[in-house]
Design a protein around this ligand. Structure first.
Ligand SMILES: [Zn+2]
Length: 253
């Protein structure tokens, strides 16, 4: 059994065939799918999708690329939804200094406020980080959240080690299926297996083996095989260990 620790199954790209996608993922052995929210306007859909499909569990949060439309009262709504629905994590939250014209101050405000909520509610966080690894680490040392996942990890080995020291797992998915991603593939091959979790980030980050098609959680087993191949171990060991890692970090029984 595999756990997709990051999949936007609520995205509009799945509106036409979500039932079939969820069924195929389940049939392929993906037993749990974590569906993170990205903005207040989408919380209800995330919750509804997770109610409809067995094995789908919600996370709620405001994504750094959505802070332009966010308002401080969204944080109040987030708190209310957390108390009401007990999502598995706060996410997807973080910092993205790659997007053109980003508002650093605004991103840092929403990120730090959500870290405070995670501490208050004793929930792990799902982190989106681009060009901001060290700044995120600085915030994590300040706010001391319980744990979490650095989703679609793309930092250095040294930064990976710092996340691991703070009790975080690192999410690996479609990006490591590309031959040219040599730095990332080296990390996937050499980081301790007990610090890694699998994800698709579907419908985004299509793995190399599907070309430019829409990504889907049903491809997670092939992503697991890629990781097994890079590490020279069996897919079974990858499945068992990454599933145990995801359960531990997310507090799943
Ligand atoms: Zn995402």
């Amino acid at each position: 059994m595999l756990i997709d620790t990051h999949c936007h199954l609520n995205a509009a790209e799945f509106d036409a065939d979500r039932d079939e996608v969820a069924a195929r993922a389940r049939a392929a052995g993906v037993g749990v799918i974590v569906v993170p929210g990205v903005e207040r306007a989408g919380f209800e859909k995330v919750l509804a999708v997770c109610q409809r499909y067995p094995g789908c569990i919600p996370a709620l949060g405001i994504h750094p690329m959505y802070v332009d439309n966010a308002r401080p009262e969204d944080l109040t709504v987030l708190r209310e939804r957390i108390v009401q629905h007990r999502p598995v994590a706060i996410g997807e939250i973080g910092l993205d200094f790659f997007v053109p014209g980003y508002d650093r101050e605004r991103q840092e405000f929403y990120f730090s406020e959500q870290l405070k909520i995670a501490v208050e509610c004793d929930l792990p966080v799902l982190l989106h980080i681009r060009r901001a690894q060290d700044t995120v680490l600085k915030f994590l040392r300040q706010f001391r959240v319980r744990s979490g996942i650095a989703h679609a990890f793309n930092g250095s080995r040294q930064q990976a080690d710092e996340f691991i020291k703070l009790g975080f797992k690192l999410g690996f998915g479609g990006a490591m299926t590309y031959d040219r991603a040599t730095k990332l593939r080296t990390l996937a091959a050499t980081l301790p297996l007990d610090s890694l979790v699998l994800e698709t980030d579907a419908p985004d980050i299509p793995p190399a083996f599907i070309g430019k098609a829409r990504n889907s959680p049903e491809y997670l087993p092939r992503i697991a095989e890629t990781l097994a191949g890079l590490r020279g171990i069996g897919a079974e060991e990858v499945a068992e260990t990454t599933t145990a890692n995801a359960r531990a970090v997310l507090g799943l029984i």
